[in-house]
Write a protein that binds this ligand. Sequence first.
Ligand SMILES: [Zn+2]
Length: 303
Amino acid sequence: MTETHQLLFLAAVFAALPMAASAAADCGSDKLGTAREIEINGAEGLSLGLQSYPRSLDLKDHEVVLTFDDGPAEPTPQILEALKRECVKATFFLIGNNAKEMPHLVKREIEEGHTVGYHSMTHPDRTLRLMSLDEAKADIDAGIAAVNAAAFGKAGEPPQPFFRFPGFADTPELLNYVHSRGMAVFGSDVWASDWRKMTPQEELKLVLERLEKEKKGIVLFHDNKPVTAKMLPEFLRALKERGYKVVHLVPGSGETPVAEAGAGWKSTTAPIVDKILKAKQHEKHKAEAHEKAAPEKEQRDGM
Ligand SMILES: [Zn+2]
């Protein structure tokens, strides 16, 4: 850089400063905002979220972590706008193939202060559980590389410590593998069931009812669902009105605050996943018996 260029560069930097300050000032007390951060240490081999695992983050009453799966996708910009209007930071569990197709949206998530995690490369319809171990590992690795290339411009960057299994279909071997790669595994504590057909009003009512029952937790949405994009502004307003606080997950190296499940804990997802996978295997065997490919499913089972 010549001296003139350096001066121009500095002038541009200083010109940009008041803009950043005024954007922050827009996040007044009338906005939901982001109350605090929790650091996730990927070296601890954690699996969190009471719907699948007997422990979750140690959240206080009325604290929520917002997570969005299966993006980036067409409704993602609408989701990002809604979050920005309320100064809320979220975590996105991205499908590698989608990140490859829409890297600008992954970059935007990073630029707007959100956290990105991984959700496999292909979100395989048969799930990672029904793949061979090597195939499943390769799908996980490819997903990390694709998201890192889109988010940070470097496929070989060490993973961010956030992974969620497509359809919650983990296995002990795959949990070990994900942990060995320095990632915590995230299930959820509350979900919006936004893979079901429903109106934004129905989704809003359902997720608020569930949240009021649990009182806190890691909430799962899908940013590829237009219904969720339509519902989100009202959901964020409702959180504000009901006194909820948003907690943002960030990578860290300290001890992750974890709370163990109470006695009598049961997995919500295990029986559902077993049932879905049995049906899938049955379909597959039937198709093989008829010596023809199973019909293309229009939609995945959503989780
Ligand atoms: Zn998914």
